[in-house]
Design a protein around this ligand. Structure first.
Ligand SMILES: Cc1cc2nc3c(=O)[nH]c(=O)nc-3n(C[C@H](O)[C@H](O)[C@H](O)COP(=O)(O)OP(=O)(O)OC[C@H]3O[C@@H](n4cnc5c(N)ncnc54)[C@H](O)[C@@H]3O)c2cc1C
Ligand code: SF4
Length: 501
C-alpha cells in the first residue's frame, strides 16, 4: 500500500525502510523523489492530511482552519508579534503557496561560498543549475500568462514602469492557470503544480510510501547513529518507522524543534532563524480592480533587490482584504461596500535580524526582533509601494501603519513615512512566510548543525533537507532553491556525489 492515512491508524504501526523522511513539503517531496528514484525504499511521514482539489474550501478562513498549521495563527515572540505562516498537509506549504518560483540567486550562493569555502564543492553551482532546470521543467515553471494576469498585476507593471524600476511577470509553477486567484486556499481546478501532485507523485511512482496524518515526536538514535522516528497517528495509534537513514524536512521551525525534542542539542540548533517579513500597502482605484481575480501573484518588481526589497502583487479574497482596511463603523462599512476598487500589494524584506527556535512544553516557540535597519526597510518598501500605486492611477493609498497617515494621495506623505515614520516593528502589519537557517550548514560544528554534505555533525545517518540548512536568507521566494538543495541532500543520503545525475 503506497498511501497510509493516519486517521485510520488506531493501533500500533511499525514500518521498516531504507530512508524515512519527515515532512512532505518542497523539501520532503524533492528528497523523496530523488531517493526513491535512486532505488531506496522510502517512507515519507507527514503530520497533515491528504487533500484533493475538490476538498479545497472557497473560504480563506476555512482554508486556514484545515490546511494551515495552528489555524495560521503562529506568531513570533518579541516586540512585534509577527505571524509566521505554514501549511500543514501533504505537500507542506506548496499547495497553499503563491506559486512564485525563483532560482537560487548567484549572489546568494557566492556569499555562502565566501563564508565557508567547503560549500563550493558541496553545492556546486553547475549542479544546482542542472537540478533546478529539471525541477522547473517538472513543475511547468513559466512567466504568468498575460491572458490571466488581471488588473492588479497589470497595474503593478504600469506603476513600476513609471518609477523606472525593473519588473516582470512572475514565473510560477502552474499549468493551465485560469486566474481564479485562489492559490492561497489550494487551486480548486488543480492547476497549480504543487509538490504533492508532482514530486511526491513521482516518488510514489518510484515506490515511496506516504504516511499522512502522523506527527513525528522523536528521532530515534543509538550510539551516535539515527535508527528511525517515532510518532503518533491522528487515529491514536503509535507509529514507529525503523530506517537506516533519517532525513528531516519538517521546515525551518519544526526541524530544529524535532532535534531539540529528541535530545540532539549539539551545535547552534534553533539559532540563526532568518526570514523575509512582508508588509503590504492597500490602495483604492477609480476603476474596479477586484483583487481576488487574476493570477494570485502574477507580477513582481525586482529593481530594488539589492536593497533587500522585492515587491509582489498579492491575491486574497474579499474577507481578508476587508480585514486589511482601516476604520470602524460607517467609515469601514463604506470601504467594504467599495471593496471592488481596492487592492493590496506586498514587499518581502530580506531582513538582517536573527531569531531563535526553542521548544517549550513540546512545542516550538520562535523569538525574533527585527533590527532598526529592517524596520527602515519596511518604511522604504511601503513608500515605494505607495508611489507605484499612485503612479498607476490610485485615488489614494492606505499604508496600514499605526502612527502613520491612514490614507493619502500625496507622494510627499509617503516620503515622510519613510523618513519620519515609526521606528518600532509593532507599528506595521507584517507576516512571515519564508524561513531559514536554524540548522545551518557549515564545516565548523560550532557554526553549523549539519556538515556541507547535509549530515548532522554529531549523529550518523541523520540528514536535514529543508531551508533550516540555508546559511542565510535568500531575498527571493525560496521553494525552488529548497527543492534543489533537498535533491542534493537525498543524493548524499543515498551515497551519491552531488553532481551524479
Ligand atoms: C501562504 C504562503 C505563501 C507562500 N508563497 C510562496 C511562493 O509563492 N513562492 C515560494 O517560493 N515560497 C512561498 N512560500 C514559502 C514556501 O512555501 C516555503 O518556503 C516552503 O514550502 C518550505 O518548504 P519545506 O518543505 O521546508 O516546509 P513546509 O512546506 O512547511 O513543509 C513541511 C511539512 O512538514 C510537516 N511536518 C512538520 N513537522 C512534522 C512532524 N513533526 N511530523 C510530521 N510532519 C511534520 C508539515 O506538516 C509540513 O507539511 C509561501 C508560504 C506560505 C505559507
Ligand atoms: S490563480 Fe487560480 S487557477 Fe491559477 S493556479 Fe491559482 S488558484 Fe489555480
Amino acid at each position: 500500500m503506497r498511501r497510509i492515512d493516519g486517521r485510520a491508524v488506531t493501533l500500533p504501526l511499525d514500518l521498516r525502510c531504507d530512508v524515512v523522511i519527515v515532512g512532505s513539503g518542497p523539501a520532503g517531496a524533492a528528497a523523496a523523489r530523488e531517493a526513491a528514484r535512486r532505488g531506496a525504499d522510502v517512507v515519507v511521514v507527514e503530520a497533515g492530511r491528504f487533500f484533493e482539489p475538490s476538498d479545497f474550501p472557497p473560504s480563506a478562513f476555512d482554508a486556514m482552519a484545515s490546511m494551515y498549521r495552528d489555524l495560521s495563527a503562529s506568531v513570533v515572540i518579541g516586540p512585534a508579534p509577527l505571524p509566521y505562516v505554514q501549511g500543514r498537509m501533504v505537500g507542506g506549504s506548496s499547495p497553499i503557496n503563491g506559486a512564485i518560483c525563483w532560482r537560487l540567486p548567484r549572489d546568494v550562493h557566492a556569499a555562502w561560498v565566501a563564508a565557508d569555502g567547503a560549500l563550493a564543492e558541496a553545492l556546486p553551482w553547475s549542479t544546482l543549475e542542472a537540478v533546478t532546470d529539471d525541477l522547473e521543467a517538472r513543475l511547468g515553471v513559466a512567466p504568468t500568462d498575460g491572458a490571466v494576469a488581471g488588473p492588479k498585476n497589470r497595474l503593478m507593471a504600469i506603476g513600476a514602469e513609471a518609477l523606472g524600476l525593473a519588473h516582470r511577470p512572475i514565473r510560477r509553477n502552474v499549468v493551465g492557470c485560469e486566474g481564479l486567484g485562489r492559490c492561497l486556499q489550494g487551486c480548486p481546478k488543480g492547476r497549480k503544480a504543487s509538490v504533492d501532485v508532482t514530486l511526491l507523485a513521482d516518488a510514489e511512482a518510484a515506490g515511496a510510501r506516504v504516511l499522512s496524518s502522523v506527527e513525528v515526536r522523536v528521532v530515534e538514535h543509538h550510539r551516535g547513529r539515527a535508527v528511525g522516528v517515532r510518532g503518533r497517528a491522528d487515529g491514536g495509534g503509535d507509529v514507529t518507522v525503523t530506517a537506516d537513514r533519517v532525513i528531516l524536512a519538517a521546515s525551518a521551525v519544526q526541524t530544529p524543534a524535532l532535534l531539540i525534542s529528541s535530545g540532539l542539542r549539539q551545535g547552534p540548533v534553533g539559532h540563526n532563524f532568518q526570514c523575509h517579513p512582508g508588509v503590504s500597502m492597500a490602495g483604492r482605484f477609480p476603476q474596479p480592480v477586484r483583487m481576488w481575480e487574476g493570477a494570485t501573484q502574477g507580477h513582481e518588481v525586482i529593481g530594488l533587490r539589492h536593497e533587500g526589497l522585492k515587491f509582489e502583487t498579492l491575491g486574497f479574497g474579499p474577507a481578508i482584504l476587508a480585514a486589511r482596511l482601516p476604520g470602524a463603523g460607517r467609515a469601514l462599512a463604506a470601504r467594504v461596500a467599495d471593496l471592488d476598487h481596492h487592492l493590496d500589494w506586498g514587499v518581502a524584506v530580506k531582513a538582517e535580524a536573527r531569531g531563535r527556535v526553542r521548544v517549550w512544553r513540546g512545542r516550538p516557540i520562535v523569538t525574533y526582533r527585527p533590527t532598526r535597519g529592517d524596520v527602515a526597510r519596511f518604511r522604504r518598501g511601503l513608500r515605494v509601494l505607495g508611489e507605484m500605486m499612485l503612479a498607476a492611477g490610485a485615488d489614494h493609498v492606505l499604508p496600514g501603519v499605526r502612527g502613520g497617515p491612514v490614507q493619502t494621495d500625496r507622494p510627499a506623505d509617503l516620503r515622510a513615512l519613510e523618513r519620519d515614520g515609526p521606528r518600532s516593528a509593532r507599528a506595521f502589519t507584517a507576516a512571515i512566510t519564508h524561513m531559514f537557517g536554524t540548522c545551518a550548514m557549515a564545516s565548523d560544528p560550532r557554526r553549523g548543525v549539519v556538515r556541507p554534505d547535509f549530515r548532522h555533525h554529531a549523529v550518523d545517518g541523520l540528514y536535514v533537507a529543508d531551508s533550516s540548512v540555508f546559511p542565510t536568507n535568500t531575498g527571493v521566494n525560496p521553494q525552488i532553491p529548497i527543492m534543489a538543495l533537498a535533491t542534493l541532500c537525498a543524493r548524499r543520503a543515498t551515497g551519491s556525489a552531488p553532481e551524479t545525475p
